[in-house]
Design a protein around this ligand. Structure first.
Ligand SMILES: Cc1ncc(COP(=O)(O)O)c(C=O)c1O
Length: 396
């Protein structure tokens, strides 16, 4: 399949996509091929394999049938030629950047990205001689102005973390085409249920599959999808770098993906309902959710997204301590990093992700003491709202 919209709906692809109907032992589910290596019947078969006359497994770092089934399914969900799984979202990001960039080259990244992505670019990539410019999120004019002769890659999340800015993907792809640059979008917060960046001309889309794709807070994985040639080059690099997904994780991911479309409907509904509820609450100062008309990215989000996800960021009317008290008063969500699983999770970014920073450093990054990031799960909407309402009542 070449990139473009596939013929079947997303629920059908989530269930059947990438899976061969004839399986080992007539099993309905894709088996877990728990093997590190693959055998050759004789030397003639080895030579046939080396010369490309037959396709088969060789060694676990170069591929595994369970992992490949998950990759084919994810490629179908992202309207991509191919997809490649990695050991985690960070493994995907760091490996792709290391593969695509050389010393002396330059990349542009938008601010308001996952803290570790920013940290990798700001520290390790710079140490290896790659120049990095950080531009404000979703500001296409600033991004174009930052392009230099040695720029090779434009990287952004969409929506961004934690303020949920949405990048105009068509404009980003157009800028990249005019300057002959590659583009990569971290679409973790959107998922292929809500947007398909490749349809807008973006080169590579990646996800922390740990989040909505796995969906059950029980695995870590990353995925990158794109054209056959780009993914083939990355697959070659993965054979050297080694950050593969193991077959058991791939099985859990395949299982999680069966209900992906159903889960996303509820995540989207809970996110939207929670954002609307919070926006009308007197003890909430500000709500960041691209589905709300008040969000600066609402217009572009409405054009390019089919839903807005389960993450809602908001500032309550309180200081650092009162905000913690509000979080502690919530009964439904767990206090934990991450998002996208069936259980609702909540965190105070100032204490969860930015604890080591001084209040001044946090302020410079725009992380206020009263900011809360609520990642709505798939519980009943009324229960999510009732719980937030009682917590706001008792502690603010
Ligand atoms: C937007 C985004 N990208 C990448 C990552 C990293 O993914 P992982 O935790 O699977 O390494 C995260 C993790 O929180 C994330 O939120």
């Amino acid at each position: 399949m070449s990139q473009g919209k596939p013929p079947q709906g997303i629920s059908t692809r989530a269930v059947h996509g990438g899976e061969r109907r004839q399986r080992l032992g007539d099993a309905l589910t894709v088996p877990i091929y728990q093997t590190s290596t693959y055998v050759f019947r004789n030397t003639a078969e080895l030579i046939d394999f080396k010369e490309g006359r037959i396709e088969k497994g060789e060694y676990g770092r170069y591929g595994n049938p369970t992992v490949q089934a998950a990759e084919r399914k994810l490629a179908e969900l992202e309207h991509a030629d191919d997809a490649l799984l990695w050991a985690s979202g960070m493994c995907a990001i760091t490996s792709v950047l290391l593969t695509m960039l050389r010393p002396g080259q330059h990349m542009i990244i938008t601010a308001d990205v996952y803290r570790r992505t920013r940290q990798f670019c700001d520290t390790m990539l710079r140490r290896w001689g790659v120049e990095v410019t950080v531009v404000p999120p979703a500001d296409m004019a600033a991004l174009e102005a930052a392009i230099q002769k040695n720029t090779r890659l434009l990287f952004s999340e969409s929506p961004t973390n934690p303020y949920l800015y949405v990048v105009d993907l068509e404009r980003l792809a157009d800028i990249a085409r005019r300057h002959r640059l590659r583009t990569m979008i971290d679409s973790t917060f959107a998922t292929p249920y809500n947007q398909n960046p490749l349809d807008y001309g973006i080169d590579l889309v990646m996800h922390s599959a740990t989040k909505y794709l796995g969906g059950h807070n029980d695995l870590l994985a990353g995925v990158v999808a794109g054209s056959a040639s780009l993914i083939a080059a990355l697959r070659e690099a993965q054979g050297v770098l080694g950050g593969i997904t193991d077959p058991h994780t791939a099985y859990l991911l395949l299982r999680g993906l069966k209900t992906f479309a159903l889960r996303m409907q509820r995540h989207n509904a809970n996110g939207m309902a929670l954002a609307r509820f919070l926006e009308s609450h007197p003890k909430v100062r500000r709500v960041y959710y691209p589905g709300l008309e008040s969000h600066p990215s609402h217009a572009i989000a409405s054009r390019q997204m089919r839903g807005f996800g389960g993450v809602v960021s908001f500032e309550v009317a309180g200081d650092l301590r009162q905000t913690s008290a509000f979080i502690d008063a919530l009964r439904l969500p767990y206090i934990a990093p991450s998002l996208g699983g069936v259980e609702s999770l909540v965190e105070q970014p100032a204490l969860m992700s930015y604890y080591e920073l001084t209040p001044e450093e946090r302020q410079r990054l725009g992380i206020s003491d009263s900011l809360v990031r609520y990642a709505a799960g798939i519980e009943d909407t009324e229960d999510v709202l009732a719980d937030v309402e009682q917590a706001l009542k008792v502690c603010l």
